[in-house]
Design a protein around this ligand. Sequence first.
Ligand code: GLY
Length: 333
Amino acid sequence: MITVRVPLGDRSYEVLVGPGVRSLLAEKLPLGVRRVAVVTSEEINVDVSPGVPAEVVLVPPGEESKSLATVEELCRRFARFGLTRSDAVVAVGGGLITDVAGFAAAVYHRGVRAVFVPTSLLAQIDAAIGGKTGVNLPEGKNLVGAFWQPSAVLCDTETLESLPEREFLSGKGEMAKYHFLGGAGLDGLPLVERIARCVEIKARFVAEDEREGGGRALLNYGHTLAHALEVTSGFGLRHGEAVAIGLIFAAEVAHGLGRIDRARVEEHYRVVSSYKLLSRLPEDAKAEELLALFRRDKKAVEGLTMVLDGPGGLELVQGIPDKILTESLESIR
Ligand code: GLY
C-alpha cells in the first residue's frame, strides 16, 4: 500500500493506494462519526464496511443522474436517516458518484465530511482527488458545484479488476496526460505505483492552487480538443480516449508555434500509443465544428487559450491563431 498526502493545512488528507485498501474504511473515518450514508450505484457492486450504522443510497447509472435533482434526493435520504453534521458521507464509485455525493456532502447541513472510495481508474487518478465536486445543468456540464475536500480517499486497486475494458482505457488517457506534468517514466512503473505517482502529481498541483487561480489549470492539458470531441461524438468517445487525441493535438499546436521540436511531438505519440489509445481524429470529425466548440468553451475573443508544452514545460498560451489550429487538426487526421 502507498500513502500520498494532499497537503492543504487543516484540510490535509491521505490517499491510500493498493489492493484491498477499502478494508481500512472504518479506521479512516473522521473522528466523531457515528453513522454514514454510503452513496453508490447498483452496477458498482463494491462492498464496504464502515464499522458504524450505515444507510446505502443508490444513484441510478448514467450522466442524467449528475443533477441537482439527485443532490436533493440524496440530502433528503440523509435527513430521513438522521445524518448529522458530525457524521459522514462515503462515496463508492466512479467520478460521477464522487462528484455528486461530494457535492451533496458539501451542502448538506452546510457541509459534512466525505470519504471517497473511487472504483474506476479515472476517479482514482483524477476525479476523487482535489475536492472538485458538482453536477450538470441542462445548459452545460459541471456548471454547479463546490470545492469540498474529502477527509480520506481509498483507491482500492482490486476494484479495477472488474472494470469494463473501455472504462479502464479511458482512465489511461488521463494517465498519459501525467507523463507531461512531471510524470516522465510513469510507463515503467507497476500499476499501484503508477496510480500513486499520478495522485502525487495531482496533489502537488492542488496544494499549490486549490481553487484553480493559476497552475491547477495545467491539469487540463489535452482537454481543449477532448471536450469538443466528446460533444461532436455525442459522448461516443470516453473522456480519457478523447484526452489522448487532445494530447497529440496540443503537441502539434505547440510544434506549429515553434515551442517544441518534432522529437517532443513524437514523445506524445509514443506515450499515447503505449497505452493503446487512439491518436487520430475520428473520421467524421469536422474542423469547423471543432473550432466553433473551442471558441464556445473558452469564450476566446482573439485567438484561443490552451495549455501547451514548451521549453519551460507546460503553460497557458493565449492568442493561438485559427490557422495553426486548423493545420494541427489536419495533421492528426
Ligand atoms: N480534473 C482537473 C482538476 O481537478 O483540476
